[in-house]
Design a protein around this ligand. Structure first.
Ligand SMILES: Nc1ncnc2c1ncn2[C@@H]1O[C@H](COP(=O)(O)OP(=O)(O)OP(=O)(O)O)[C@@H](O)[C@H]1O
Ligand SMILES: [Mg+2]
Length: 252
């Protein structure tokens, strides 16, 4: 018998001020799978990710995560539920009033499973994993954009969540650190069997980490498959995106 998917997006539609962003979008992510969502700017990738954690509710359709329909959850239950995710947002969303250390310790303290010594060790381990040294006592505002992004990443993985969501984890990072982050996502996926959904524009990162790549275009998934299948797609929109060409159906 096939296991329930970790995440099931069922025929989602979502409009903002009369403008339809998601149109009948369906996507399933199996447990332990690494799915990468690609697509042009403004096509609704971040909106899709926000539906998975219940920050946005669909106008039509259902979001079912680990067997639970998020539409039926109250805000208290939803808040508790959300703690099982690790998320690294496009915008960073660190607390500027707290040190880097306290930012990463925050979800661990809230979880109340580790003592102070274990928290300290875990934070150090996470900082080490994102190749950040000597910044634990600094404020996020004292760091570069790329460093803040990595702090956000360290915070996302700190609780070793069953599901990790990454919105543009490597944007603004140099190619070496981008690859470090890609390796980390891969490692989460393979050694901890985490379910990951990553949004990226970086096809190198996508091909490296994905078990499956899905392309979002005009509000729904127009292509999905293994990296090999995706690469071999005959859809001209997909081909233009992969090759990063200015001319083609995407820009007509
Ligand atoms: N809370 C909101 N209220 C109104 N409109 C919104 C809201 N969130 C997103 N949108 C609109 O939905 C569309 C898709 O936005 P989204 O952030 O999902 O794009 P994206 O695919 O993540 O783009 P990018 O690659 O630039 O990050 C945009 O037109 C955006 O203006
Ligand atoms: Mg986005």
């Amino acid at each position: 018998m096939r296991e329930d998917p970790a995440i099931s997006l069922q025929s989602l539609s979502k409009s903002f001020d009369g403008k339809e962003v998601l149109r009948n979008l369906s996507l399933e992510v199996q447990r332990g799978e690494a799915v990468v969502i690609v697509g042009g700017s403004g096509t609704g990738k971040s909106v899709t990710l926000k539906h998975i954690i219940g920050l946005l509710q669909p106008d039509v359709g259902h979001v079912v995560v680990e067997g639970q329909d998020l539409c039926c959850m109250g805000s208290v239950a939803l808040n508790r539920f959300r703690r099982r995710f690790g998320m690294s947002f496009q915008e960073g969303a660190l607390f500027d009033s707290m040190s880097v250390f306290e930012n990463i310790a925050f979800p661990l303290r809230r979880q109340r499973e580790l003592n102070e010594e274990q928290i300290r060790a875990r934070v150090e381990e996470c900082l080490d994993q994102v190749h950040l040294v000597g910044v634990a006592e600094k404020r996020p505002s004292e760091l570069s954009g790329g460093m803040r992004r990595r702090v956000g990443f360290a915070r996302a993985i700190a609780v070793r969540p069953a599901i990790l969501l990454f919105d543009e984890p490597t944007t603004g990072l140099d190619p070496v650190i981008s690859d470090v982050i890609a390796e980390l996502i891969l490692e989460m996926d393979t050694t901890l069997n985490t379910t990951t959904v990553t949004i990226t524009h970086d096809m190198k990162v996508a091909f490296k980490i994905a078990d499956r790549i899905a392309m979002l275009h005009r509000g729904h998934i127009i292509e999905e498959g293994t990296p090999e299948e995706f690469q071999a797609s005959t859809n001209p929109i997909v081909q233009q995106f992969i090759e990063g060409r200015a001319r083609g159906p995407l820009t007509e």
